[in-house]
Ligand binder design. Structure first.
Ligand SMILES: [Zn+2]
Length: 138
């Protein structure tokens, strides 16, 4: 059985030679396709099976494509277009992870996200962007 699996692994590696493989855009397409697929199972939502099929087919096409330069350009355009929401998501995740040790707040002058360690008493914070001074109880 182990030999069979190893042979399959080698065959897969051979089949993927010179192909693009999965990237951020393909992974996002697969997730969107699965969401559409789940929606299509719900009553009166059957129409979602078409975008699900299209998204998954396009993700497969991109993953097995041999035109690596074109797929790279598509992926870069996708990453550029989604930079802001991805950054907001990553900041949100960081805030949630550090919620017990760090206090996050926005600068009153420019809206820049600032942070101070919790439990250090009253702190004077100077915004690095606009130099507005804020007194914050941590
Ligand atoms: Zn500021």
């Amino acid at each position: 059985m182990k030999g069979f699996l190893e042979r399959m692994q080698w065959k897969m590696a051979g089949a993927m030679q010179g192909r693009r493989g999965a990237d951020s855009l393909s992974n996002t397409l697969v997730v969107a396709g699965i969401v559409c697929l789940v929606l299509s199972v719900l009553p009166h939502m059957g129409l979602f099976s078409w975008p699900a099929l299209a998204l998954l087919a396009y993700a497969l096409f991109r993953t097995y494509s041999k035109n690596i330069a074109a797929r790279d350009r598509e992926n870069e355009a996708f990453l550029r277009a989604t930079e802001k929401p991805r950054r907001a998501l990553s900041i949100g995740r960081k805030k949630w992870e550090n919620r017990e040790t760090t206090l996050y707040f926005k600068c009153k002058g420019c809206g820049q996200e600032l942070s101070v360690p919790r439990g250090k008493g009253t702190l004077r914070v100077v915004c690095p962007k606009c130099k507005t001074e804020t007194v914050k109880k941590s």
